[in-house]
Design a protein around this ligand. Structure first.
Ligand code: DC
Length: 213
């Protein structure tokens, strides 16, 4: 079984995907981490994120990049990730990696679940189940702010909201693979939902569409 979860920054895709992966015995790939790994390498090599040739060279070696998830989650890495994600060669290199993962998921998984921005629309258009998770910008900013506080990262609420707006703007307006729900995706608006209710709704949809139990 192949599941595609898409949605904007801080919509709760990661938490939902990990829970669905455990429930249905699937290997999980957070595709945003791939873009973040390229961005982190671009930053550490002091490359210009707008130098498409240099950045695509980094992306083609994605399998060799080693980075700690904590570092990849930093806001500055996320911002550079959203810049390099607009580049064609970068997207092509990472597309290949994502498709290979879904074809041959690691371990004894019964399939794969990938979450990102364009999994259902571009990476795996034939996925068995597609879910588009979203929430208002204010709700997402509040969750991200609390998460940062929980991790001991000093943050300013209004700044977090501003960053979410900038990322939405870039992710939705870019020419290549912009963030748009596929027609056949379940739209899950979690503005008024907690993580448990979002999981239950998504699980019911997976069972209904795929017949999995
Ligand atoms: O989900 P995230 O915040 O970790 O993603 C970081 C950036 O990577 C995001 O701003 C856009 C890009 N991205 C993408 O273009 N396509 C994906 N499938 C996943 C992420």
């Amino acid at each position: 079984m192949i599941i595609a979860i898409d949605g904007p920054a801080a919509a709760g895709k990661g938490t939902l995907s990990r829970r669905l992966a455990a429930e249905f015995f699937l290997a999980h790939l957070d595709t945003g981490l791939l873009y973040r790994a390229v961005a982190a390498r671009v930053i550490s090599l002091d490359l210009d994120p707008l130098d498409e040739k240099a950045v695509s060279g980094v992306a083609r070696n994605i399998g060799k990049i080693k980075a700690a998830e904590g570092e990849l989650r930093e806001e500055k890495v996320g911002l550079v990730a959203s810049v390099i994600a607009t580049q064609k060669e970068v997207r092509l290199a990472l597309l290949k990696y994502q498709r290979e993962f879904s074809k041959a998921p690691p371990g004894s998984a019964l399939g794969a679940i990938l979450d990102g921005r364009d999994v259902g629309s571009v990476v795996l258009p034939a996925a068995d189940v597609k879910i588009f998770v979203t929430a208002s910008q204010e709700a997402r900013a509040e969750r991200r702010y609390r998460e940062l506080l929980g991790r001991g990262v000093p943050s300013i609420r209004s700044r977090v909201l501003q960053e979410i707006r900038e990322r939405d703007e870039r992710d939705c307006r870019r020419k290549l693979s912009p963030l748009v729900p596929s027609e056949d995706a379940l739209l899950l608006d979690t503005t008024e939902m907690d993580a448990d209710s979002a999981f239950e709704a998504a699980k019911a949809f997976v069972v209904q569409v795929s017949g999995a139990r």
